[in-house]
Ligand binder design. Structure first.
Ligand SMILES: Nc1nc2c(ncn2[C@@H]2O[C@H](COP(=O)(O)OP(=O)(O)OP(=O)(O)O)[C@@H](O)[C@H]2O)c(=O)[nH]1
Length: 605
């Protein structure tokens, strides 16, 4: 049995993660490994198991770290316990990667042999190497005719610095090369070290809330042995709990009642709130309170904030309850009440990035049946006040009177972009247009690595989508916060029929204010549906109006222009109108749709 490993069998444990860029085949490869180790029947394999949340499956991205314990019967006749810890692939969730890696001795670097190396995996690979992991390069999708293993192996060597001369060549889809890969894995990834008789020292790799069990924590034991019924202590809170359930994921949850040094598994201890078992924390026994804390993970800070408001004010309470429940499972989600003149009561919610924001909004709407309106996301600005106080503002409408502000500073990121040579001109132009400063440029095989410092506000919004579109999908991006830097920033207000709408305000660079103001009112003119009266849209900086346009009044019958003939078209139009209604908010006399609140994201000057 995988779980009944005695101390001398540490050498038969392999803890590993997979590092891969989105779409390079991590989920397919993990399913294939699970299948080869007998963890799944063919029928179960049809459903990709590791991406367990619906939204993950639909969007085809991995969000929550999960783990699976497998038995591998190797060619040497031995049975190895493979603990595979899944990691998310999107840049918004890179912090989850480092904590998963910390629990492992090795990682497979999966690269699509038809695509080549992408920036995100480079960064994650460096993290793995820094943490002392053995990284095995794996070239996937070898069944594709356009697979070019030699070129990609050379890229891995040049860009990442890993020897890839005899990298495993596999097809996760067809199963080609998979046995050889597993053999390499047990041969090259070292077994964990640890003493099952030493005091318990376990790392919380992940915690999530389960409606029936309460908090479930995924743990990696570095030392000691943990048995069912024992009293455990969470180091950061100093609180003691009884370990009621202990076991592994096969991938299904399976109780084993014991975990030993070197192993990975779960603990349920009646904890009701994920703050009670924070990720990165250390668990020990209540009787050994002096065990040292393992180096924890940084607390993740939200990078972007947006206001979220229920379309119907009656839903406020439900919305608050839903946020509370979501936050139980998502320690990176921060929120506080917000009151907008235009939109009423809602919350200002902090996210890791805009993808995280979309996912949260989607879950709130789908799982909690809420209709929500989201304002344009904004980064956090630092204000040095006249009285030497430092303030942080994540809501344009809360910007204090600028006469009391000594200096406004915006967050700057260091971005690493990998792009094939033919698109490098486009990418440089895009970075320059976004006030980027080039730090470095290097030729690495057939790709070029550009390092830029860029305003975070420009990167978190639509930069990634733009990069993809100007490089035919080839450019890849990784970024991290560098510092706050003084910038000439102003607040751009939007007035609808003369009234300032707080939820539409944005903080932008002064040099861009006029152009962006003009583009914004034009975009909003397209997005605000015609009403029974003229709607004037103005953009202003302070008392100065910088742009204006008007949505002309409408005649009454929206189907009139269908000439009576085409019934299905008429129906469609009415349905569209009905669907559009759902996400509208009455601001004064004017109905403003969700899209118009996000218009500022869609304009460049
Ligand atoms: N031809 C071919 N296609 C593959 C192979 N492995 C994966 N794919 C396909 O590549 C696409 C992406 O694969 P996934 O396994 O979902 O990728 P992923 O890296 O897990 O993506 P995230 O979950 O977003 O991180 C899917 O359409 C797979 O069917 C392979 O070996 N050969």
């Amino acid at each position: 049995m995988a779980s009944h490993v005695s101390s001398d069998k540490l050498k038969h444990i392999r803890n590993f993660s997979i590092i891969a860029h989105i779409d390079h085949g991590k989920s397919t490869l993990s399913d294939r490994i699970i299948q080869l180790c007998g963890g799944l029947t063919d029928r179960e394999l049809k459903e990709q198991v590791l991406d367990s949340m619906d939204i993950e499956r639909e969007r085809g991205i991995t969000i929550k770290a999960q783990s699976v314990t497998l038995d591998y019967h190797a060619e040497d006749g031995q049975v190895y316990q493979l603990n595979f810890i899944d990691t998310p692939g999107h840049v918004d969730f890179s912090y989850e990667v480092s904590r998963s890696l910390y629990a492992c001795e090795g990682a497979l670097l999966v690269v699509d042999a038809a695509q080549g190396v992408e920036a995100q995996s480079v960064a994650n690979c460096y993290t793995a190497v820094e943490q002392g992991l053995e990284v095995l390069p794996v070239l996937n999708k070898m069944d594709l005719p356009q697979a070019d293993p030699d070129k990609v192996a050379q890229e891995i060597e040049e860009i990442i610095g890993l020897d890839a001369t005899d990298a495993c060549q596999v097809s996760a889809k067809s199963g080609l090369g998979m046995e050889a890969l597993l053999e390499r894995l047990v041969r090259d990834i070292p077994p964990p070290k640890g003493d099952p008789d030493a005091p318990l020292q376990a790392l919380i790799v992940d915690s999530w809330f389960d409606n029936y069990l309460g908090v479930v924590s995924l743990v990696r034991l570095f030392d000691g042995t943990l048995k069912k019924g024992e009293k455990i202590r969470i180091k950061s809170t100093g609180r003691d709990w009884q370990a009621n359930e202990i076991g592994i994921f096969t991938p299904l949850r399976k109780e084993t009642n014991i975990l030993r040094a070197g192993e990975v598994g779960f603990v349920v201890a009646g904890i009701k709130d994920i703050q009670g078992a924070p990720v990165g924390d250390t668990i020990t026994h209540a009787k050994t309170p002096n065990v040292e804390r393992l180096p924890g993970f940084q607390k993740v800070k939200p990078q972007v904030y947006a206001g979220m408001f229920p379309v119907s004010a009656d839903d406020y309470e439900d919305f608050r309850d839903a946020l509370e429940k979501l936050a139980l499972n998502d320690a990176s989600l921060a929120y506080e009440p917000e009151n907008s003149d235009a939109l009423g009561f809602g919350f200002r919610v902090g996210f890791l990035g805009t993808l995280h924001m979309e996912i949260v909004q989607e879950r709130l709407e789908r799982e909690y049946d809420l209709d929500l309106l989201t304002t344009a996301p904004t980064v956090v600005y630092e204000l040095a006040m006249d009285n030497k106080e430092i303030r942080y503002v994540a809501n344009p409408s809360k910007l204090p009177d600028l006469s009391s502000v000594d200096e406004m500073r915006e967050p700057i990121v260091r971005a690493s972009i990998l792009v094939p040579q033919e698109f490098v001109g486009n990418v440089i132009a895009e970075c320059e247009q976004r006030r980027g400063t080039q730090i470095d440029m290097q030729f690495l095989g057939s790709q070029i690595q550009l390092i830029y410092e860029l305003p975070m506000s420009d990167v978190v919004m639509d930069f990634f989508d733009r990069l993809k579109s100007i490089s035919k999908g080839y450019a890849s991006l990784d970024y991290s916060f560098e510092r706050f830097q003084a910038a000439k920033l102003v607040r751009l207000d939007v007035l609808i029929n003369g009234d300032k709408v707080d939820a539409l305000a944005a903080i932008i660079h002064r040099d861009h204010a006029h152009g962006r103001g003009r583009a914004l009112v034009e975009k909003m003119k397209e997005l605000i549906p015609r009403q029974m009266f003229d709607v004037a849209i103005q953009a202003a900086i302070g008392s100065q109006v910088v742009a204006r346009s008007t949505v002309k009044a409408l005649r009454k019958n929206v189907t009139a222009k269908c000439y009576g003939g085409d019934v299905s078209r008429k129906k469609k139009l009415l349905e569209k109108q009905k669907a559009g209604k759902k996400r509208m908010k009455q601001v004064g006399r004017v109905e403003i749709p969700q899209d118009a609140f996000l218009a500022v994201l869609k304009v460049n000057d």
